[in-house]
Design a binder for this molecule. Structure first.
Ligand code: NAD
Ligand code: TYD
Length: 351
C-alpha cells in the first residue's frame, strides 16, 4: 500500500480518488483535518476497504511510526501542508509548524522505517514530496520559465516554508540515501478546491452575488494546471522518476489573474446566467494588493516530458469548463465548506 499525507485536502483527495479509480493498491490516508481538510471530498469512497483514513498530524512521530510499522507502505507521498499564501501572511506559525517541522518529523520516522526494511524493499521504497513553483520566487515579464535549476528565492512565509521542506527532503537523500522524489507544480484548479483560492472563490462569490476581489491591477501571472493532470504527473514520477531528482510540473498555461476571472465570468454567463441579464463581470472589484505579491510564475516542464513522457491531458479551456460545471453541480459541497470558520476568514481578510 501507499501512505498519502494530506489526502483530505484539494490535491490529496483528487489524488486518492484517481489512484483508487486506476489501481487496487490500498491507500492509507493520514490527514489532520484542518479547515482545509474535508472528508466530504472522499465521500465516494465510503465503505471502500482500499481506503483507510486516519486523522492525525504528520508531526506526531509516535503515530506516524505506528502507522508505518503496522501498514508497511511501499511509498509515502507527502501532500500535507498549510497551503494558502494569504493565511501565511496573516499568521505564519502554522506554516512553519506543519511545512517545516512536520515534514522534518515525517522524514525522521520514514528514515527509521526505511532503515529497517530488507534490501529489496529498501530499494523499491519511495518518499515523494509534493511542492510548489512558488519556491523559485517571482519572474519578470519575458524571463524564461522556471527550470529545476532555478535558484530558490521564496518570497512569502508559505513559499519559504515549502522551500525549507524541499531542502530537508533533498538533504535526506544526499546524507542518508533516502529514496526521495520532489515535484514542484504550478497553480492547480479543479474539483474540491477550497474557495479561499482564486478560481473557486470567484465561482462561489459570483453565484452568491458577492464582489469578485482582484488584488492590485490583476496583471499577476500564474501557470494553471488542471488538478487531475497534476495527479497523473505525480503517479508517473512515483513510477519512474530518478531517485533524488526534482521534476517541475506545469500546464504551459500562463495567464494574468484578470483573464482567469474574466473566463470564469464568461462561463457562468453561459451556464448559469444572472437573472437580471447582466454579466457576472459587473461583480469584479479591484482591492488592495497582497503584500509582497509575486508578479509572475511560469513552469518549464520539459524535463518531465523528456524523461518520463508526461504531458497534461487538459487545456485551460477544457479544464476550466469542467471546473465551473463541477461547482454548479456540487452546491451542497460548497455550502458544507463555506460555513463557520470559513466565513470568519473571509470577513477578516477582505475587510
Ligand atoms: P490544501 O490546503 O487543500 O490541503 C492540505 C491538506 O493537508 C488538508 O487536508 C489538511 O487537513 C492537511 N494537513 C495540514 N496540516 C497537516 C498536518 N500537520 N498533518 C496532516 N495533515 C495536515 O492543499 P492543496 O492545495 O491540496 O495542496 C497539497 C500540496 O500540494 C501542498 O503541499 C501544497 O504546497 C502543494 N501544492 C499546491 C498547489 C495548489 O495550487 N494548490 C500547487 C503546487 C503544490
Ligand atoms: P491563490 O489562488 O491564492 O494562489 P497563489 O497565491 O498560491 O498563486 O491566488 C492566485 C492569484 O490570484 C494570486 O496572484 C493572488 C490572486 N488573488 C486575487 O486577486 N484575489 C483573491 O481574492 C485571491 C484569493 C487571489
Amino acid at each position: 500500500m501507499i501512505l498519502v499525507t494530506g489526502g483530505a485536502g484539494f490535491i490529496g483527495a483528487n489524488f486518492v480518488l484517481d489512484w483508487l479509480a486506476q489501481s487496487d493498491e490500498p491507500v492509507l490516508n493520514l490527514d489532520k483535518l484542518t479547515y482545509a481538510g474535508n472528508l466530504e471530498n472522499l465521500a465516494s469512497l465510503q465503505g471502500d476497504t482500499r481506503h483507510v483514513f486516519v486523522r492525525g498530524d504528520i508531526g506526531d512521530t509516535a503515530l506516524v511510526e505506528r502507522l508505518l510499522s503496522e501498514h508497511r507502505p511501499r511509498a509515502v507521498l507527502n501532500f500535507a501542508a498549510e497551503s494558502h499564501v494569504d493565511r501565511s501572511i496573516h499568521g505564519p506559525e502554522d506554516f512553519i509548524q506543519t511545512n517545516i517541522v512536520g515534514t522534518f518529523r515525517l522524514l525522521e520516522a520514514v528514515r527509521a522505517y526505511w532503515n529497517g526494511l530488507d534490501d529489496e524493499a529498501k530499494a523499491a521504497f519511495r518518499f515523494l514530496h509534493v511542492s510548489t513553483d512558488e519556491v523559485y520566487g517571482s519572474l519578470k515579464s519575458g524571463e524564461p520559465a522556471f527550470t529545476e535549476l532555478h535558484r530558490y528565492e521564496p518570497n512569502s512565509p508559505y513559499s519559504a516554508s515549502k522551500a525549507a521542506s524541499d531542502h530537508l527532503v533533498r538533504a535526506y537523500h544526499h546524507t542518508y540515501g533516502l529514496p526521495v522524489l520532489t515535484t514542484n507544480c504550478s497553480n492547480n484548479y479543479g474539483p474540491y478546491h477550497f474557495p479561499e483560492k482564486l478560481i473557486p472563490l470567484m465561482i462561489v462569490n459570483a453565484l452568491g452575488g458577492k464582489a469578485l476581489p482582484i488584488y492590485g491591477d490583476g496583471q499577476q501571472i500564474r501557470d494553471w494546471l488542471y488538478v487531475k493532470d497534476h495527479c497523473s504527473a505525480i503517479r508517473r514520477v512515483l513510477e519512474a522518476g530518478r531517485l533524488g531528482e526534482v521534476y517541475n510540473v506545469g500546464g504551459w498555461n500562463e495567464k494574468p489573474n484578470i483573464e482567469i476571472v474574466d473566463t470564469v465570468c464568461a462561463l457562468l454567463d453561459e451556464l448559469r446566467p444572472r437573472t437580471d441579464g447582466q454579466s457576472y463581470r459587473e461583480q469584479i472589484t479591484f482591492v488592495k494588493d497582497r503584500p509582497g505579491h509575486d508578479r509572475r510564475y511560469a513552469i518549464d516542464a520539459h524535463k518531465l516530458e523528456r524523461e518520463l513522457g508526461w504531458k497534461p491531458a487538459e487545456t485551460f479551456d477544457t479544464g476550466i469548463r469542467k471546473t465551473v460545471q463541477w461547482y454548479l453541480d456540487n452546491q451542497a459541497w460548497v455550502a458544507g465548506v463555506t460555513s463557520g470558520s470559513y466565513r470568519q476568514w473571509v470577513e477578516t481578510h477582505y475587510a
